[in-house]
Design a protein around this ligand. Sequence first.
Ligand code: HDD
Length: 697
Amino acid sequence: MAKRDINIKHSDDVRGAGGELHQTASAPEARITSNHGAPISDNQNSLKAGARGPTLLEDFVLREKIQHFDHERIPERIVHARGSAAHGFFELTESLADVTTAKVLTEVGKKTEVFTRFSTVAGGAGSVDTPRDVRGFAVKFYTREGNWDLVGNNIPVFFIQDAIKFPDLIHSVKMEADSGYPQAASAHDTFWDFISLMPESTHMVMWAMSDRGIPRSLRMIEGFGVNTFRLLNEEGVATLVKFHWRPKLGAQSTCWDEAVKIAGADPDYHRRDLYEAIADGDFPEWEFGVQLFTQEEADALPFDILDATKIVPEEVAPVRVVGRMVLNRNPDNFFAETEQVAFLPTNIPPGIDVSEDPLLQGRLFSYQDTQLSRLGTVNFHQIPINQAKGCPFQNFQRDGQMQTAVPKGRANYEPNSLSEAGEDGGPRADPKGGFRTAAIPVEGTKVRIRSETFADHYSQARLFFRSQTPPEQAHIASAIVFELSKVSLEHVRLRVLANLRNVDEELASRVAAGLAIDLPEKAPAAVEPIDLDLSPALRIVGKYPETLEGRAIGLLVTDGADGKIVEALKSAAEAEGAKVKTVALKVGGVTLKGGEKLKADAQLQGAPSVIFDAVAIVASEDGCAELLKEGAAVDFAKDAFGHLKAIGHTKEAQPLLDKAGVEPDAGVVDLAGGAEAFLAPARTRQWDREPNVRILA
Ligand code: HDD
C-alpha cells in the first residue's frame, strides 16, 4: 500500500456538553487563522443573531472562507486538462558539448531537478485516465541557465502541420459543441469529420489508433519532443535535433476492452499507479536520447524535417542515449504544483533553439498566452513550481497582478547609469552567455501556403502500419472499426476509408469488412505514397522486457484456501518487484484452511481483474462454490482471460473458470505446479490467446 505523508495538523476539537466547541490548539503555529493572520476561535459555527437566528453580514470569518472556496477553481487547460505529475531529476550520462553549449546537456553526472507532468489531451480535468488518446509528456528542467520545458507527447508526430489548424483540431475532438458529449473520446462525428478532411493527420491517427493510445501506465510510455529543434555549439554551428524519452519498463499497453472497464473500476488508474509507485520507492525511469542531423543530412531525407507529421525512423538516424530521468517525489499539493505548473516551449536555455516548423512556431505564442487566462497574471512565473529554481531571475519587468517580489531601488529601466552614483543599477544583458538564436538565413515572399515538401501524407502512415506485428495491426484495424462505428455520418466513414486505401489496401479492406460496408474509391493523394523501409522500432509487442517489475498481481482468495499457496505466490512475486494484492468477497478477509485469518487488501467488487496484470484464484471447494454465486467473481476470471492475462488457479477453482469460459492454454496455470509456473506467463501478456477471445478486424 502506498505510504502517504499527511501534513495537515489537527487541532483536537472537543465538543462540550452543550455542543460548544473547545479547541485545544494554543500554540500560534497550530491554530487556524484568517488569510490575514487573525486567529480564529470557532471554525464550526457562523456568527448568528441568536442560536437560531439569521447569519450576520459582519461575519468576516465566514465570508472569507466561503469567498475563497467560491474561487478555488481556475480555468482548466484547454487541452491536456487531466494530468498527473511528479518531481525528480535528470542526469546527463554523455556530453553533447560538441553540438551544444547548454549546460544541462554538457555537464556529465550533474543532476538537474525536473517536474514532469503527464496528461491525456481531450478530456476535462475530472475525466478518466484510460480513454484512447495521446498522452502529454511535459518535462520542466530547472537548469542553471533558466527553465527548459520539453513539452512533448507519447507519440512522435502530430495531427496537423500548421498551428493555425490547432483550434479546429481541438474543437473537433472535444465533446461536441451542441450536446456536450462525448467526454474524453475521439469516437464521434466531428473528430472523424475533421480528420477525414485533413489527410496530413493520417499518420498520427495510425499511432493514436495503435496500442500506444491506451497505455498500461504512465511509467510505460515513451516520450517525444515531436518538433525538430536546434542545438547550438560554442562556434554557433547549429545541429538539428529530435528528443526522445524511453521508459525503463518498456512501452506497454492495455487491451481496449480492458481500458474501457478500467475507466469504471478506477478512473484514476494512471494517476494512482504513478503516485503509489513513487510512494513505494519504485521510481519510474526513462532514458533520454537525441537524434542529431546536420542540415545536409536533413535535406537528404525523403520528407521535410520541419513537418511535424513525420518521424525520422530510428533505423535511419539512431537515437543516441545521453541521459536519464528518474521521478522520485510526489507533489505535496496537487493544485499548487500539478495544476499550476505552466509549460512553455519558449523556455529554452542558451545552446538550444527552435526550428521553423510552423507548428512549433505557433506553439511559441500559444503557451505563454494560455497561462494568462489560466493563471490570471503575467506573474505566473513567480508561482513556486514555475520559478527558475536553478538560477536567479532578474530583469526590469515590474508590477502586475499578484506581484510577490519586492524589488529594491529605483533601477527599473535600462540603460541606466545609477551605479555611477553608488546605486544598484540592476542586471545587464550577457551577449556571450545569453540566449542565442541560430543564424539561419531566412528570406522569402510573404505567403500563406504549405510547403510542397509537406505534401506526402501517406508514406509514413503506411510505414507505421506495415512495421507493426500482426496483433498490433489487428488492434489498429479494430480500433478504427470501433471509432467509425460510433460515427453516425455515413459520408465521413466512407471518406476515412477512401483515405485509408492510400495507407494500406488490406487495412482499408479489413476496416470496411469490420463495418460491413463496401470500400469506396481511393481518395486522390496530393503525392503518391512510397514504400519506405520498415521500422521495427515502431512496435510495442515483443519490445518491452518480460518482467514482474511494475506489474500488479491480484490473488482472489476464499475461505478454506491454502495459505501456503498464497504466501508462496506473494513472496515470489514481490521478490521480483510485483505489487501483490489479496482480494476477497469481504474486505475483512478469509479464514484459511488451517483456521488462520488472512486480511484482504481489497473487496472483490472494488478490485476487478482489470486493475491487475495477472491474477490467481486460490480457492477451496466450498470457497469456489461461494464465488460461483457472485457475478464479480465470474467476471474476474472472464476478464482476466479476455484481457490476455496469466491466470493461476487451484484445482478447486476449476468450476469458476468453467463458468467464466476460461479455456486451457499456456497462460492458464494450475498452482500445484508452484509459483514459478504462474509467474512465467505473468511477466507478459498472452498475445497468442487473442484470436480465441475476440473477433479482430
Ligand atoms: Fe500543446 C498544452 C504537447 C501542439 C497549445 N501541449 C500541452 C501539453 C502538452 C502539449 C504535453 C500539456 C502541458 C502541461 O502538462 O501543462 N502540444 C503538445 C505537442 C504538440 C502540441 C507535443 C505538437 C508538437 N499545442 C500544440 C499547438 C498548440 C498548442 C500547435 C497551439 C497552437 N498546448 C497548447 C496550449 C496548452 C497546451 C493551449 C494548454 C495548456 C497549456 O498549453 O499550458 O497552449
